[in-house]
Design a protein around this ligand. Sequence first.
Ligand SMILES: [Mg+2]
Length: 232
Amino acid sequence: MTKTADIRRLKEALWGDVRHVLLDMDGTLLDRYFDDYFWEHLVPEKYAEKHDITFGRAKEELLKKYKVHEGTLNWTDIDFWSRELDLDIPALKEQIRHLIEVHPHVEDFLCALKDADKKVVLVTNAHYKTLKIKMRKTQIGRYFDRVITSSEIGCPKEETAFWQRVERILRFDKERTVFIDDVKENLEAAGEFGIRYLVLKTMASSKETEPAGNGGGFLAVSDFKQLLPRHR
Ligand SMILES: [Mg+2]
């Protein structure tokens, strides 16, 4: 089966039978460049100043710390990082909020979903403080029927338990649900739980070049334009 045929089938379902559309925020709807710049550049810079070490050394130390908490709720908890690194993480995020950008055609896609009367839910590992900064800057909050964060659920999207709990809240039909995310582990967990339509969003950061290879078994989409109904 060719990719074009797969996308066509997905679109038929999406604009037809599908009831719930679950969307990740960072890297999927919003440019992950903000987050990459934040953790890989701004935080190391401030950490280096604080400890009077070089930027390179700071980055090395931080990458080790990041690694320990990857895929856990700590990773997404910016209050945890404020304590761990003795830096005011929310204030630093505010400092570069001009870098928060919505990916191309996301608003067209969200508008089309609302027009088609779909239940649109933002499903994110982001901390509520980060979420607030991003919603204020982008104004996309109005498109969602509900926002679900992993801290509210008690575990991150990488875990199947997350999806069991989300299902209890939303009462979605797995067979009529689409989930789009830029992280394969999240799609795998949702797939294990049984969500039928899973889409990998590539080009998570605007600084990335077109990804090589395939979507690792998932249907991959690089621009929401590819999912818009024909009349848009
Ligand atoms: Mg993401």
